[in-house]
Design a protein around this ligand. Structure first.
Ligand code: SF4
Ligand code: SF4
Length: 183
């Protein structure tokens, strides 16, 4: 069973409103700095989530490296490369820097983070939806591969969802009590 977290409880991070977008990120950075002592469990959960990312990345990378170069409908558009609030929470929980998003781009155009060999961001610094998206060709390849690898895939996906959910479950009550001043 996949145990995630409903991230719609957090404020919407709107890339179409640059002032609010960067204002919210700045507020969250301050929040992490001011409430550092309260957030130690959040930091622990973030490290558990990171271990899952580290485990999952080589596996999924081995598939995308094979199929993405031949893809006729590349899924990476700018609108998918922008983070949601929960992504920023997980980046800050891991002490990662916030990517320097250029908001002045065509949201339908190929994502600003696409390089010659695919996404230039480490998987853990991408929006979660980028890792969570499994297109049909990708699923077919995983499906027709060895059963052991398929089982590993399912396990990794569940672990990732659970550990990210755990992080958000730890963070949310602290945010509700001490933050949450953003509409
Ligand atoms: S993940 Fe799927 S849709 Fe996206 S570029 Fe790769 S093959 Fe294409
Ligand atoms: S995987 Fe990377 S290039 Fe693709 S949409 Fe996400 S951030 Fe952009």
């Amino acid at each position: 069973m996949i145990v995630g977290f409903d991230t719609t409880v957090f404020p919407r991070l709107d890339y179409k409103d640059p002032e609010k977008f960067w204002g919210t990120i700045s507020y969250l950075q301050d929040f992490f700095s001011v409430h550092r002592d309260r957030l130690h469990t959040v930091f622990e959960k973030a490290q558990e989530m990171k271990r899952c990312f580290d485990h999952f990345d080589p596996f999924i990378q081995s598939y995308t490296a094979k199929i993405c170069p031949y893809c006729g409908t590349v899924c990476c558009a700018n609108k998918f490369g922008f983070p949601e609030f929960a992504d920023i929470v997980s980046f800050l929980s891991l002490g990662l820097s916030i990517p320097d998003y250029d908001l002045d781009v065509d949201e339908e155009a190929i994502c600003q983070f696409i390089g010659k060999k695919g996404c230039i961001l480490p998987r853990i610094q991408r929006p979660y939806r980028c890792t969570w998206y499994f297109c049909d060709p990708l699923m077919v390849q995983i499906d027709i591969g060895p059963a052991k690898q398929y089982r590993k895939f399912i396990q990794d996906v569940q672990d990732l969802s659970r550990t990210r959910g755990d992080l958000m479950r730890e963070f949310f009550p602290i945010w509700e009590e001490h933050g949450n001043l953003i509409e």
